[in-house]
Design a protein around this ligand. Structure first.
Ligand code: FE2
Length: 264
């Protein structure tokens, strides 16, 4: 199995790997089954939207999972992905600032911020876990500091912050509960398939991805439990739907930008 720790040669070849197998939104499917909500029309529509979204068959994931990216291309992706990870607690905090009366709703999102911060254990702050991977990939701290957001990355983080600041609680809850948690779990699985083609990475280097792929099952359930009582009318569901659609499209924009920059 050929490996490389230098810039431009492909890292490893895994011919025949079916990277599209994880297109199923397992966290949401499991949630619907556990809550006996499989027939609920709005949630079925969300599930169908997620599972048919081009994000999950993005050429980036195909190339990454099949070991067709060189190390510089993987580094570029990881550095761009860090921008949203670093800011995710800020997005949540912006949303929390709009939850003025419902303390139970606020508590669900404060818990998300707490977990993003590694339950206040400094080395476990999620963005630090991703930084660990980036350094393991051979990026220096200086290079990381100099990295600039690509346009697609900027659209992604700006969408999170804009929706979080809009003050539309239903749209924002839709964005986080259904447009983010099950989607992130799926994204993490596809990222892991790529990272696992780099034979010299240690499991500790990939903990950002393994942790999210696991925890976001629970996050999907916790945040969707909080969202559903708010969805009392078609107008309510339409507001949540907008948040779901906008953020998944914006996540794809990040991958479009990375793919363009690395020449896919
Ligand atoms: Fe999560």
């Amino acid at each position: 199995m050929a490996t490389s720790s230098t810039g431009n040669s492909p890292i490893v070849a895994q011919p025949g790997l079916d990277w599209k197998v994880e297109v199923e939104a397992k966290p949401l499917r499991i949630y619907l089954k556990q809550r006996a909500l499989e027939g609920e029309p709005f949630l079925r529509k969300v599930l169908a939207h997620i599972e048919s979204h081009p994000l999950f068959v993005h050429p980036f994931f195909g190339a990454f999972s099949e070991g067709r990216l060189n190390l510089d291309q993987v580094r570029l992706w990881a550095k761009q992905r860090l921008f949203s990870s670093q800011r995710f607690p800020c997005f949540l905090a912006a949303f929390v600032s709009h939850i003025e009366e419902d303390v139970d709703l606020r508590a669900a999102y404060v818990k998300q911020i707490y977990e993003e911060h590694g339950n206040l254990d400094p080395p476990k702050v999620h963005s630090r876990q991703l930084t660990r991977l980036i350094l393991a990939l051979g990026v220096s701290r200086d290079e990381l500091c100099r990295e600039q957001m690509l346009a697609g990355t900027k659209r992604f983080v700006d969408t999170y912050m804009r929706v979080s600041r809009e003050g539309d609680l239903l749209k924002c809850m839709g964005m986080y509960a259904l447009g983010s948690e099950p989607v992130i779990a799926m994204e993490m699985v596809l990222c892991l398939r790529g990272l696992q083609t780099i034979s010299w990475l240690k499991s500790e280097d990939m903990i950002y991805f393994t942790d999210h792929a696991y925890h976001d099952y629970r996050h999907t359930a916790e945040l969707t439990d909080v969202l559903l009582p708010f969805l009392r009318s078609d107008a309510d569901r339409e507001r949540a739907w907008k948040g779901i659609v906008e953020i998944i499209d914006a996540r794809k924009a990040l991958y479009d930008g990375v793919a363009e920059r690395i020449g896919l």
